[in-house]
Ligand binder design. Sequence first.
Ligand code: ADP
Ligand code: MG
Length: 729
Amino acid sequence: MSLRFKAITDLTAEAVEMKQVGATKVTAIFGENVFTLKTARQYLTDDSYKSLVSSIKGAKKIDRAVAGQVANGIKAWAEEKGVTHYTHWFQPLTGTTAEKHDSFFTLKSDGTAIEEFDGAALIQQEPDASSFPSGGLRATFEARGYTAWDPSSPPFIMEIGQGKTLCIPTIFISYTGESLDYKAPLLKALEALNNAAVDVAYYFDRNITRVTPTLGWEQEYFLVDEGLANARPDLVQCGRTVFGASPAKGQQLEDHYFGSIPERVYAFMRDFETECYKLGIPLKTRHNEVAPSQFEVAPIFEEVGVAVDHNSLMMDIMERVSRRHGLKVLMHEKPFAGINGNGKHNNWSMATDTGINLLSPGKTPKTNLMFLTFFVNTIKAVHDYADVLRSSIASAGNDHRLGANEAPPAIISVFIGKYLTKVLEDIESRVGAKFDEQDEAILKLDIHRSIPELLLDNTDRNRTSPFAFTGNKFEFRAVGSATNCASPMTVLNVIMAETLKKFKVDVEELIKGGEKKDIAIMQVIQRYIVESKSVLFEGDGYSDAWHQEAAKRGLQNIPTTPLALDAMVTDKAKALFTSNNVYTKPELEARHEIELEKYIKKVQIEARIIGDLALNHIIPAAVKYQNDLLANITGLKSAGLPASAYDSQLTIVTEISEHIQVICKKVDELVEARKVANAIEHSREKAISYNTIKDNFFDTIRYHVDKLEHLVDDDLWTLPKYREMLFLR
Ligand code: ADP
Ligand code: MG
């Protein structure tokens, strides 16, 4: 029996035991496995507690002596919870999380066994870094790398089966200080944003001393029965199906969206949510998504750094917990053709230490001007650096989404809704007419009376925009589901920092020229609106008309990763990242190299899987069926039946032959094309070449394979079909 039928039989034979999860009140377990400040209060002395707090708040380095005390406190807490091992937890550029477990256990020189976790072990570790991607940085600099404690994210305990491990969130850098992970540059970008935003906020409120960007992500994913998934080598190796005919029923009835959650899935959700709550991940919503077997989970928003860690951690937990339930989570951007893919909306805003959301339209003219300042600066940032933003979400997986007519297009535009469009138009219409004293009326603009109502008006929502203002935050929707949020968040925060810095300079110049502060601010806002309005778009982002219109406006539309990544290493990008201390030029070039390599490898693996499946699964099944038909035809002939009795069989035999011939020919050509691509030295050219391979062969081979799926006897087909993966559970 093929794995396919075994999996189907297992499903119906109730071999899948539903794992029941007890109901627990969330507040009773929330954060119990996190070394929160509240816990720290209990386990640390006054001095070390204070020192920890100030290093969290001010992102200050903790000194060695205090680190020892903090380490002791953390160890005491962890041991009470049954922890035996610890690890530095980090997010290397491979796109997953990494850990290397060490035991607290150690031997003293006299052979006594003790448990130990000292300050040095907390602050710094040297994992064997050689197998993590470095984009050539290591060749240029130093062979070694180290992980360093990031106090802004609290230590936590990971429970795997009966084992418990203390995880210390860290950044990962080379010995000469180049960042090798997602987190280090993100922290630098957040700091750049803080500095620039505090400077600008000072115009409006001198009590603001810190601005913290916030992130609320929405993670989409598919769930497939693990048995069925294991019978699909493409799902196992690439995370997406390279073949598969559309089922009779796909998502056309739209009956899955917000429908009731299937019981087995529900058990899985409650299980992984419980694990997440223990780790302090504030999950809030769960629901069915548009496609069959597609779901979404979203937390309450948090500070960006913590939110990024929590997303990576949750992806990891989902993966592990799903196995307990006989399910496989698919985080790929496009696991199935013909139905929606997975995105990860990044809701972003900025919060002040005085408790104000800078993107929330206030009630008074003064706060409105502050809102307007940050709102328009965001639009300007996206306008000026749309290409860099686009590059931050480029991946082989996301290429299937962006540009397809179901996800935000690869063209970066901003949606702000009817009301704010009108507000910006009103301000803009004053171009030429200088703002003067009497014109201070414009500062009021009636914004304070109308904007709060807009927040309630959910109809004013455009689902096709890659970057949309949704009442009190911007929602970056073009982010792929498998992407580490740190990548888009680093870019969004640094382009905002850069734009705010320019804004300040522009305003100061006018003030020096004798302009009143508020008038100067209004004038710069007006200029920014004029300069960046080409990025504003309220219509249907999926339409062809928009593609033409965007081209006319000079907006970039780069649907493929190898070219989209160019924007990382332009002079403009280098100036942006170096002047804000986020990346050095070598770091940027290394990242570019790493992203290109990732792309090449992903497409390369898919190309191999396509060849393997075609030759080992598809053609053998087709040939067997052809033989069955031929035997049938011979039988009918020898029984003396006329040709009309086996005409149809003969037609099918011929059709199958035709498909087999094309598949074999194309697979041969694909192998040859790969050899040519592999010989290319330069990564960018190689990636472009792989993209061409994908365009030239993947869809053609798939077309013929999917035709065969419709022709060949179902009993002989070894790969689970779409209708089974998407509807059986
Ligand atoms: P949807 O987009 O599905 O309609 P919501 O708009 O209610 O859902 O919220 C989506 C996400 O936006 C949630 O994760 C929420 O926490 C987050 N969010 C809300 N306010 C902010 C904010 N000020 N900063 C960042 N994220 C926010
Ligand atoms: Mg959303």
